[in-house]
Design a protein around this ligand. Structure first.
Ligand SMILES: [Cu+2]
Length: 162
């Protein structure tokens, strides 16, 4: 019980982006315009919602695989109709549908995750209080994630030793 409460609290720290909005992960959705309406930050999550069996989610490792719909080099493959992908570091990520033909019909997604508050500035000058504050918030989120993991393991350990 306590373990699940901790996990829920941890999830609440990042924003969840339901891919494609109300249309979801489908070949009729305009993913480019959906992406341009979103800001993806480290700690946020992508949620893919689709009809199980009809679609799937494969993560691609490069821009060229994304452009050519080369799903043979997939980093990861998900299915089942509802998948959550954690955005754990800044940079681009590429996804496509694994069903033959769907990627070519536009069922693919490129997103870029930004650090913290979205300014993604280099920490060269500590004079700006705004950027140092947001950096501290980021570090807190990271350490809270670790804390939650350790606490969860501790609770499990206590249950099994009770
Ligand atoms: Cu599909």
């Amino acid at each position: 019980m306590s373990a699940s409460a901790i996990l829920i609290k941890k999830e609440a720290l990042g924003k969840q982006h339901v891919v494609g909005g109300s249309q979801g992960w489908d070949e009729s959705t305009d993913f480019n315009s959906w992406v341009s309406s979103q800001t993806f930050k480290v700690g946020d999550e992508l949620v893919f919602k689709y009809t199980p069996g009809l679609h799937s989610v494969v993560e691609l490792g490069s821009e060229s695989s994304y452009k050519s719909c080369d799903i043979s080099s997939a980093l990861n493959s998900l299915n089942g109709g509802s998948n959550t992908v954690k955005l754990n570091k800044p940079g681009p990520r590429y996804f496509a549908c694994g069903t033959p033909g769907h990627c070519g019909q536009g069922m693919k997604l490129k997103i870029t995750t930004v650090a913290g508050d979205g300014t993604a500035s280099t920490p060269s000058s500590p004079s700006s209080t705004t950027s140092s504050t947001s950096a501290a918030v980021c570090i807190n989120y990271e350490s809270f994630g670790l804390f939650a993991l350790v606490a969860t393991l501790l609770v499990i350990h206590m249950i099994f030793n009770a």
